[in-house]
Design a binder for this molecule. Sequence first.
Ligand code: ATP
Length: 754
Amino acid sequence: MDAGGAKKSSKVKLKRKASSLRSSSSKRIKASFTSAESLPWKTVSEPVATGFDEEDGILELEEVDDVEVVYEDTDRGRVVKFNVLQKPDESPRRDQEPAHEPASPSVAIEADESQSPQLFTFDSATLLPDWHHFNLHTHILQVLHSRKFNSPTPIQSKAIPPALSGRDVIGVAETGSGKTLAYGLPIIHHILSHPRPPTNQRKLQALILAPTRELALQVSDHLNSFSKVVNGDVMEESEEVDPTPGESPSGKPVVPIRRHGCRVPLVSVAVLVGGMSVQRQRRVLDRTVDVIVATPGRLWDILEEDDALANQIRRLRFLVLDEADRMIEAGHFEEMDKILRLTRRQSKQDDIEPERGNLLNAAEQSTQDTLQTFVFSATLSKELQRNLNKRLRHKGGKKGDHTPLSTIDDLLLRLDFRDPQPEVIDISPSGGTVSTLQLSRLECLSSDKDVYLYYFLLRYPGRSLVFLSAIDGIRRLLPLLELLNLKAFPLHSQLEQRQRLKNLDRFKSTPKAVLLATDIAARGLDIPAVDHVIHYQIPRSVDIFVHRNGRTARAMQKGFSLLICSPEESRVAKSLLAKLGRREDSLPAIAVEMTLLGDLKARVHLARQIDQQQHKVKKQNHERHWLKDTAEAMDIELDPDFVRQAVTHPSASEDESNPSRYQQKRAETKTASLKAELRALLSKPLLARGISAKYITFGSRPIADDLLEGNAHETMLGLKRTDAGDDLMAGKIKKRAKVKKGKTGLEEQSEVRP
Ligand SMILES: Nc1ncnc2c1ncn2[C@@H]1O[C@H](COP(=O)(O)OP(=O)(O)OP(=O)(O)O)[C@@H](O)[C@H]1O
């Protein structure tokens, strides 16, 4: 059936227009979709004419013409396909096609099982005008369209053309600006545009090195989303002799991508990271892949025992260093260096390992010359870029006539760029932070940080990523936040990989959650909609600060960053901000409703006591049982008298570390009563100053109106719901209260109101 249709805007169901076209249309297929949402709907200006009125809930109508609806039986059952047909006057004649049209192969789909495949070209000029001039492979355009990536980001606009034309690229752009696809799309385009053997024996084309496991997995997910069939049966050009294929503009046959009766990905991407089964990763490599995304450590482990893979890396077509600078910080220099040696040409190799260089034959040597190198980061310093350029200009100079500035500098200079002058694209913002990011600060004593953090998390519920400098801090804060009924997840290097990914997924899928993380989460992680980044401790370097902040305000979304700073950290904070060209007091302070802090402090104090108590009981239990457990494990029978003596040692009858049952019972009762006390506190509403708990219309700040409007804060009565960015105060905090000797930090703090 070929039909026109109309649909309501987001809230409205699809409504077909009466006109229905012939089922076997002779029109050419322009594009094909499996979801009606992807069709080129046009808004209808007069919804009344359709017979709908507002009471039907209709806000707006959209219609689409020249769509053929096809039902098809596939391996996955019956699927519906929507073919957008070309109007007769739109159909380009073969002989009229401009010479500069995309070199990329066309994608064909089977419109009907009974018919031979029809050819269509994705009309990127109409559907994706901003991407059209890149001449990317049709499949890529389809995915971009289905993902609603309607325009390239600035780094993509600048990096994709030189990368497609074979240049080496060094790209520096703010966090969350789409760097992955800036290097990823040219790679995928190359792979899709070059015919490959029909068997699974693919040649490794690209190696992408990333500093952390999470980032490597994320990059591979990103690329994988471009490796699968999106709308209908995607075909590719093939050298295979196939009896009934369609034909691409280049004259080569196009065939459905089905091997051994099942679909194989258009581009196969393997991830090699630590913390996951090496055997399984080796098995994946045995099947051969197009792209490897790896952390240097695991890749080198595998390479040491896999000469075939080492040979493939010598003949790579693309080498990518994502977050190159972080690779050094993560202590990967040595492995990186060894891997990079494999990618150097013989002439360069001779400097390092003459014997290995001689092993390369002429064919390998020539493929080596086509290697393209992409280096991307949000924080490659200008100094490094200058130095790199200088070095490349003096490539022919004497050995050792330049002294590298730093380790990363040294590493990048070990890269054997084939391009005499790689394209350096630096569109990083001045000051290192994204324009949609709001930076702020909060000054307090270190001992009060927990209370202020708790205040912030309650006051501004959302997805908050809290960075701490040490794992111990996370271990301490996690139970505290959990006892305070906040959903918190840890992320640090001492967690098993599986647990790390699980926690990340939970955080991603929980709208109001806290991720307590060390700096392993600072770089590259693309977590949708992180509302707040909180620096519980000042980061060690400007780069880490920039990357931590980069977890929020991604892809032009708004984001908020809070630097919690104690007096001891003030000097470090000052110099950190100075490096970003900012003064400390140029960061607005977040206004805190001080009257609430007393209650919050009581809750935090109780939670801490409970945690300590639980910890003590756990430790006691462990000590009580270790002897029994060890004996059981060793299959030894213990003399009961000996056990009694050991568990209740005479000199330790009152010792907390070796208590009697009675003491343990007492500890458990104490924990239970503390928990009950905390429960009571948590159930009591937090009242802002001037609020009457009994009469919501009384007091200096009546809240009835806010409640009626649904504008009242859910846990802090008397406060309106606000975003953290709404509660900022420029300049220095004015101290109202005089600091009295002997007072605690919280009492010393000045009162600040929005
Ligand atoms: N052209 C585009 N249009 C819309 N969204 C895009 C586009 N390109 C990428 N994105 C999305 O933007 C987000 C950030 O992309 P990506 O992770 O590549 O950023 P990045 O620059 O590598 O960040 P970081 O420096 O933090 O690693 C991702 O969710 C990605 O899907």
